[in-house]
Ligand binder design. Structure first.
Ligand code: 13P
Ligand code: ZN
Length: 269
């Protein structure tokens, strides 16, 4: 059977990048079973031939209207599919969907009728919001990084910006590559509209959101950058936890060292 990727090099490249990141997530130990999900807005790779492709499964009501997604196309990890399988066989473990013109439904167009991730409400809400703001973030990533999730199990790290400041202070690069830090979303049911709405509220102020006792969610220009942001933050979390395991609480960079970084790299205050 032919694939939508045949003869569509730009789309094939996007899917290849997703597969590469899916492999990293598995190697990192962040993707137990079907844990985590990825969606990428691939509309820029779509030509008339794809636009004319019929749906291969009945339309699904999104339960919300997302006006900025009219006619957009996304590659989505399938619900209940494993990242380690997505890495090797992306078109069997994910699918390309089209948002219908009423902005209230989506339909799967290729290659197989693989139902998109259960976290689609959060992913599409973020894509819709960022497109509405004119931002060029095309990729959304949700994953379960062990150390960041562990740190979300105590109230002291859930207070506003406590975790951001602590993680920034573990290694200079964290603030450089994640300059707006990590916003905390209080626990919500996975896959719920409430989780999507709570995540949206933090998008203006933070690079990455931490879903309490569950995982993180990052949006970026492309899937590699979304992965890098989580990787950088989780590295800091690992340094903190390793120091604690050695029996001491790490000092962290000093206020002066942080300030020097902020000025030298022209980072937001
Ligand atoms: P899916 O398999 O539906 O993508 O769900 C995984 C997950 O991490 C839910 O939060
Ligand atoms: Zn999850």
């Amino acid at each position: 059977m032919g694939s939508i990727l045949d003869g569509h090099a730009a789309l094939a490249y996007e899917v290849e990048q997703v597969a590469e990141v899916a492999g990293y997530l598995w190697q990192k130990g962040w993707a137990e079973r079907n844990g985590g999900n990825i969606t990428v807005n691939v509309t820029a790779c779509i030509d008339d031939q794809i636009r004319q492709m019929p749906a291969i499964a009945p339309q699904i009501d999104m339960g919300v209207i997302l006006p900025h997604l009219k006619g957009c196309y996304f590659f989505c990890k399938g619900t209940n599919k494993r990242m380690r399988d997505l890495a090797r066989r992306p078109m069997e473990n994910g699918s390309v969907i089209r948002i219908t013109d009423d902005c209230a439904h989506y339909e799967i167009i290729a290659d197989n009728p693989v139902k998109p991730t259960s976290e689609l409400p959060s992913h599409l809400a973020m894509h819709n919001y960022l497109l509405g703001k004119g931002e060029s973030c095309k990729a959304a990533l949700h994953t379960h990084p062990i150390e960041l999730v562990a740190m979300s199990h105590t109230d002291k790290f859930l207070q506003k910006d406590v975790l951001t400041n602590l993680l920034w202070s573990m290694i200079p690069e964290t603030k450089a590559f994640c300059p707006r830090g990590l916003g905390v979303v209080p626990y919500q049911l996975p896959g719920s509209q409430r989780l999507a709405e709570a995540t949206l509220k933090l998008l203006d102020d933070y690079d990455v959101t931490l879903w309490e006792k569950h995982g993180v969610c990052a949006v970026a220009e492309n899937i590699m950058e979304a992965f890098d942001q989580v990787d950088v933050l989780n590295k800091s979390a690992q340094i903190y936890i390793n120091a604690c395991a050695m029996g001491f609480t790490p000092d962290g960079m000093t206020r002066e060292q942080m300030q020097e970084m902020t000025v030298a790299f022209n980072l937001p205050k």
